[in-house]
Design a protein around this ligand. Sequence first.
Ligand SMILES: NC(=O)c1ccc[n+]([C@@H]2O[C@H](COP(=O)([O-])OP(=O)(O)OC[C@H]3O[C@@H](n4cnc5c(N)ncnc54)[C@H](OP(=O)(O)O)[C@@H]3O)[C@@H](O)[C@H]2O)c1
Length: 296
Amino acid sequence: MAARIIDGTAIAAAVRAEVAEGVAAHIVAGGRKPHLSVVLVGEDPASQVYVRMKGRASEDAGMTSDTVLLPATASHEEVLGHVRRLNADPAVSGILVQMPLPPQVDAHAVMAEIDPRKDVDGLTPANLGLLVQGTPFHAPATPAGVVEILKREGIETQGARIVVVGRSVLVGRPLALLLSNRGAHANATVTMAHTGTRDLAAVCREAEILISAAGAPGAITADMVRPGAVVIDVGTTRVADATRKAGHRLSGDVDFDAVREVAGAITPVPGGVGPMTIAMLLVNVARAARALEDRL
Ligand SMILES: NC(=O)c1ccc[n+]([C@@H]2O[C@H](COP(=O)([O-])OP(=O)(O)OC[C@H]3O[C@@H](n4cnc5c(N)ncnc54)[C@H](OP(=O)(O)O)[C@@H]3O)[C@@H](O)[C@H]2O)c1
């Protein structure tokens, strides 16, 4: 029997509606309107699209947003100066520095400068440290989105064997930590796999929940999937496609058509994990606004 297809777009819409309700209640209770400030350095077209989407989503949820646009030649000190200014501004609830940054800017140092309460990307050393400690505050949005999908789909993680393919600081590693922490929608036995993993197929076949965040189209084939497993595809890679007007399409890591015949449930690309990232960013901005006003 073909796998159930998980509708990430619908789950994200539900999360976004809940955030909007929470924001409205926060304002009625006398709170400030949450505000997201994005720092964008340079003119990378993909980054411009993401930043626009984040701004629009914030406004849809009843928040405000602005973008600090800096030229690709901006110095490290200049970027740090803007982060410090946003840290000090009480009207700013969340700060997001869009990656990648140009080479003259030290991305680690810039991230470390963000006030952890305003770090809605969850990537400052303080927030990553809290995650390692098992007491996350702002978790990175994409891993949090994967956990939210599992939660809302009623997929049990307690004691489950989970394999995460990928070990990046942005996705794989925080996701493995979230899922292996104690607590609800966690408490799993997690293996983090990567390019150094011996016999990746055998490791993946052990998974009751297989999550791929490799950014490698076709990396997960049907023979790597245990029958009935839940397969979550975080991969989003632009691949050339002459049949599309744009000349390209987005591809996940999973060989969707074949894996669908083996898995119990599966996320598509697009329409799976992708929409959850912005939804969980909004969750973080709303939390930041409450935290700054001691309303948590
Ligand atoms: N849906 C969303 O909103 C969203 C958000 C963020 C990222 N993404 C997507 O998620 C994917 C991962 O992002 P990322 O930032 O984590 O990428 P990344 O920094 O390139 O990390 C990829 C990880 O996967 C591992 N890997 C790559 N190919 C592999 C293979 N064939 N077998 C086993 N392991 C492999 C790498 O191993 P090594 O460490 O050994 O190199 C690395 O740890 C990308 O497609 C990205 O576009 C989607």
